[in-house]
Design a protein around this ligand. Structure first.
Ligand code: SAM
Length: 349
């Protein structure tokens, strides 16, 4: 019998991701969002012989699912249970750099959406949790039950793009404590009513998930860290699922592909900015009709890809420890104190 956890998530834009990563035999790749290991398995297959993959996921259950799926690649995969905001630190700890490609397939896997108990979905009742990792301190219930009305409204507005955010925040404050997904979803439906096919709680749930997991801040950080790990010609491929994420990815890639970024009408360039990336697709890549039919969850997916056009060998080509330590201590990507040290799963027996 097939394992439910490994078979229920279909990797999105799989062929498009592999093509954008330009996988080569013997290449070294990082999958920052391992999930059930769907993309990772395909990367390992295509990069064989000699390919290596470092896979990261904040969710321990995802790591377990990926570990089962990747059993056939014992010698070539290293799986790390950590947040991708620690990407550079993780790669330095494992001397896994420079790399040929970095993949980010953002958001949630079907495993997380379907599993009871994490509160990501209001399809079934569960505690209002939404943490990617149990080691995180703040849950969605904490935010809902302790924030001021203004703060709650701001979160719902900024991260859910919900125009009724103040009405929702007011009724949450009146109804508190709210501890379950259905309690919150029903309250929102009662407050703003139902118009059209999309459930009225969808935007608020997205907002709370983003706030709990610092998704937008961590995305900005991981994008910067990713390109510093790429060797010359290395690729960064990002699949995003909503406009807030896609805007960050698009702006970051465009900015890094530009030369001067001085304000318009500055007479002489003062920024000294040089392009580090080349855009690989001017138009965003979206799923084909066939994929949409086979995997409706892919409907909002957008893929963007870039290639590194500078040699960064000065910053890390040496493997001498003193050089590595200097880099590790001099940057802002040091592991945030709130996150626990990562758990590493080595597939090799
Ligand atoms: C859409 S799924 C990836 C699915 C995967 N590509 C596959 O084919 O099976 C996204 C995964 O990223 C993980 N994730 C999201 N944000 C993360 C973060 N900041 N750090 C580490 N993992 C994260 C989630 O736990 C989830 O398992």
């Amino acid at each position: 019998m097939k394992n439910r956890s490994t078979s229920s998530h279909k990797p999105v834009l799989l062929q498009e991701s592999l093509k954008a990563l330009a996988i080569e035999p013997g290449g070294r790749y990082v999958d920052c969002t391992l999930g059930g290991g769907g993309h990772a398995a395909a990367i390992l297959e295509q990069s064989s012989p000699g390919g290596q993959l470092l896979g990261i996921d904040a969710n321990p259950s995802a790591l377990e699912a990926a570990r089962e799926r990747l059993q056939g690649f014992k010698e070539s995969a290293l799986l790390v249970n950590d947040n991708f905001v620690n990407l550079k630190m993780i790669c330095f700890e494992h001397k896994f750099y420079p790399v040929h490609g970095v993949l980010l397939d953002l958001g949630l896997s079907s495993l997380q959406l379907n599993s009871d108990g994490r509160g990501f979905s209001f399809q079934h009742d569960a505690p209002l949790d939404m943490r990617f990792s149990p080691s995180q301190k703040v849950s969605a219930a904490d935010i809902v039950n302790t924030s001021s009305e203004t703060k709650l409204a701001q979160i719902i507005r900024a991260y859910g793009e919900e125009s009724q955010s103040y009405r929702i925040a007011r009724s949450i404050i009146k109804e508190r404590p709210i501890n379950s997904t259905l309690q919150l979803a029903e309250l929102i439906e009662k407050t703003i009513g139902r118009h059209g096919k999309i459930h009225p709680a969808t935007k608020t749930f997205q907002a709370l998930r983003i706030a709990v997991n610092h998704e937008l801040e961590y995305l900005e950080s991981v994008l910067k860290q990713s390109i510093e790990l790429l060797g010359y010609g290395g690729r960064l491929v990002v699949i995003s699922y909503h406009s807030l994420e896609d805007r960050i990815v698009k702006q970051f890639m465009q900015q890094e592909a530009r030369g001067c970024i001085c304000p318009p009408r500055t007479p002489v360039c003062i920024c000294g900015h040089t392009p580090r990336l080349k855009l690989l697709n001017r138009k965003v890549i979206t799923p084909t009709e066939t994929e949409l039919k086979n995997n409706p969850r892919s409907r909002s997916a957008k893929l963007r890809a870039v290639e590194c056009i500078i040699s960064q060998s000065d910053s890390y080509s040496t493997t001498k420890d003193h050089k590595f330590i200097t880099i590790a201590k001099s940057n802002s990507w040091l592991r945030p104190a709130i996150l626990q040290k990562s758990k590493v799963f080595i597939l090799a027996a």
